[in-house]
Structure formats: structure tokens, C-alpha cells
Design a protein around this ligand. Structure first.
Ligand SMILES: Nc1ncnc2c1ncn2[C@@H]1O[C@H](COP(=O)(O)OP(=O)(O)OP(=O)(O)O)[C@@H](O)[C@H]1O
Length: 333
């Protein structure tokens, strides 16, 4: 498939509202069932995280959603367009940021973006103006006339984001976008993706950096061995039970803290205190956490640290992993 056959399309209409809806996707490579049964949604106006272990089929799934691979079974709708039946039309609504920049390293950054704009049907002047705008957005204006091969890894990622969004897509797919980015650029990326979602774009992002994914995402879809295993909505997660680490300023008074927590029916977990000072207890939602903290302060228990332990995404991932290991170990003869 040539790039022009992928992108030789007219400019997209204003963003359509339905994001991505995929049902029963499957794709094998010979005997390897990379994607077996994936159903997911990535609604417009949200950032959806795609999470799964190495080899669970995330990249293959992204390529299926981006219409760069044909599924063996299942369907994908992109902004209301049946992408399996009409991939060309679906691509007008899609932006795709792979984990490496790829092609055209001898062209200048400006030429790359202008060429893309032209392939999406923009006129010469409009495409050049859009390239300037995108380069300014990703802070690469000083590299506009230099070949893309001189860019650092982080700069390449930023050019890749500019390239993926040159046509203002309604749906944006990103595979490990924060790879190689320094902390400032990661924060920028997070803010940019949040801003795009706020403007109505459906953003689907895969990454292994779960704490970072949680900061930028509204919801998460978990995949394992080529199949969706669960979906988590962070807006609804405030009521969920999660571990909190609570510590006082004086480690020698830990027993006093344990005693106070026991009075609330909270017993430290088996690994409590292994990694850092304090006690880890399971607290039933944010309201209960607020009440517990107020009670400890009222009772004169000195508290210098009171915070959720790990990210929700990390905890959910570890729970799924544990369930899976129990399940597979239970199946062994
Ligand atoms: N072109 C291909 N030919 C053969 N096997 C493939 C091909 N692409 C992927 N696979 C296999 O499909 C499975 C899923 O791979 P995929 O790259 O989609 O996983 P992933 O979740 O993105 O992994 P990672 O997190 O390590 O990037 C793996 O077993 C991989 O070896």
C-alpha cells in the first residue's frame, strides 16, 4: 500500500461525533492470533487509554482501527463511517501517530507537513499555512527548513503528532506517543491530548506508562492475549475501594497509627511498610478517605502523608494480572 493510496483523499468535514466503535475484531498472522476478539469504544470528547501486556495485540489493534490492516473478522466504525466497508472515507476522519516517525526523513519538516496537507486535499497556500501553524504548535518552527533526520527522538515524536493532526481529524490514534519524550514534552503532550478531547476529538492512546496514561485519560480499555478483558471509567472510580498509604512524621509512632486505623476497622495489608514508612490500608472511596483523614486529625494522630498508593490504572492492571495468573495456575494439572 503506498502512502498516496492511503491519504489521497479530500479534506474532512467538521468533526463527526461518534469516535470509534469496534466489534469482534480478529486478525491473525499465520498461526499467531494477534487479535482474537476485541470490542471497544473510544467516544468523541474523551481520551481512552489502551492497556495490556507486551504482545497482547495493542499495535495490531491500532493498525486495524487505523485501517492499515484488514481484520479477518469484526467491524470498525470511525466517526460513524463503516471503516471495513469504506476505509478511504474513514481515513478522512482519522489521525494516526505510530510509535516511530518513519518515512521521508530527507524532506524538511515543513515539506512533510505541506505534502500531507496536499494529500488531504488542501490547496498549496492553505497546506503551507497549516504546516507553519502545526510547526509552531509543536515548537519546531526553527526546524521548518531542516530535514527530519536531524530531529532528536523527542522532536520526531512532536513532528509525528503534528503530522497526525494536520487535517484536524475527529479520531486520533496514538501508539506509545510519550516514548523518548522528556518530562516537559510529556506534560505538553498530556495537555495537548486533553485539549483535543475537550474540543470533541476521540483520542485513543496506548502506553505502558500507566501513571502517565491515567493523568491524561478518562477511561481505559484492557486487552490481554488479543481480547478485551475489561473497561474502566475513571469518573465512576471515585467510589471504588483502593489502597491508601498513611504515614506520620515519626516512624517510631507507627503502632499508634496502626491502632487508630484498627479503630476504624482498617488493618494494614501484608506488605504494608515494606517499601516506605507508614501503613497501607484499603479505603472504600474518596468520601470515606476524606472522613478517615478528618477523624485522624481530630483524634490527634499526627499524619504527614495520606495518599492513594499507585495509580488506579496500575492497581486495576495488577488486579487483572493477578486474576489471570490465578486462573492459569488453577488450570494447570
Ligand atoms: N506482522 C506480524 N507477523 C507475525 N506476527 C505478528 C506480526 N505482528 C504482530 N505479531 C504478533 O502478534 C502478537 C501481538 O503483537 P502486537 O505488536 O500487536 O502486541 P503489542 O501489545 O503491541 O506488544 P508491545 O506492548 O510489546 O508493543 C505478538 O505475538 C506478535 O509477535
Amino acid at each position: 500500500m503506498t502512502l498516496s493510496s492511503v491519504l489521497d483523499v479530500s479534506p474532512p468535514p467538521p468533526a463527526a461525533g461518534s469516535g470509534i466503535v469496534a466489534h469482534g475484531l480478529a486478525r491473525s498472522f499465520g498461526p499467531v492470533h494477534a487479535v482474537r476478539d476485541v470490542s471497544l469504544t473510544a467516544p468523541a470528547g474523551t481520551v481512552t487509554a489502551l492497556v495490556g501486556p507486551n504482545g497482547s495485540g495493542k499495535t495490531t489493534l491500532m493498525l486495524l482501527l487505523a485501517t492499515l490492516l484488514r481484520p479477518d473478522a469484526g467491524s470498525v466504525a470511525v466517526a460513524g463511517v463503516d471503516a471495513t466497508a469504506d476505509p478511504q472515507e474513514a481515513r478522512r476522519h482519522l489521525g494516526w501517530m505510530p510509535d516511530t516517525l518513519g518515512v521521508w526523513e530527507s524532506l524538511t519538516c515543513h515539506d512533510i507537513l505541506t505534502s500531507l496537507g496536499r494529500l488531504y486535499g488542501m490547496g498549496r497556500v492553505a497546506a503551507a499555512a497549516r504546516a507553519d501553524e502545526q510547526l509552531e504548535w509543536v515548537e519546531l518552527t526553527e526546524f521548518a527548513r531542516r530535514p527530519a533526520r536531524v530531529l532528536s527522538r523527542g522532536q520526531q515524536q512532536r513532528l509525528s503528532l503534528a503530522r497526525a493532526t494536520v487535517h484536524r481529524p475527529a479520531v486520533l490514534l496514538l501508539d506509545e506517543p510519550a516514548n523518548g519524550l522528556d518530562p516537559t514534552s510529556r506534560i505538553r503532550l498530556r495537555d495537548d491530548l486533553r485539549a483535543m478531547a475537550a474540543a470533541g476529538t476521540a483520542v485513543l492512546v496506548s502506553s505502558h506508562v500507566l501513571a502517565e496514561l491515567e493523568e491524561m485519560s478518562d477511561r481505559a480499555v484492557f486487552v490481554r492475549e488479543g481480547a478485551t478483558v475489561s473497561t474502566q471509567d475513571f469518573a465512576a472510580a471515585g467510589a471504588q475501594t483502593r489502597p491508601y498509604r498513611i504515614a506520620g512524621p515519626d516512624p517510631a509512632r507507627r503502632d499508634e497509627l496502626v491502632h487508630a486505623l484498627a479503630a476504624h476497622g482498617l488493618l494494614p495489608g501484608a506488605d504494608a511498610g515494606n517499601r516506605r514508612d507508614g501503613v497501607v490500608v484499603q479505603v472504600r472511596g474518596e468520601q470515606a478517605a476524606a472522613e478517615l483523614l478528618a477523624d485522624l486529625v481530630r483524634d490527634g494522630v499526627p499524619v504527614s502523608h495520606f495518599a492513594p498508593e499507585g495509580s488506579r490504572l496500575e492497581n486495576a492492571y495488577l488486579d487483572l494480572d493477578l486474576d489471570h495468573r490465578r486462573h492459569t495456575e488453577g488450570e494447570r494439572p
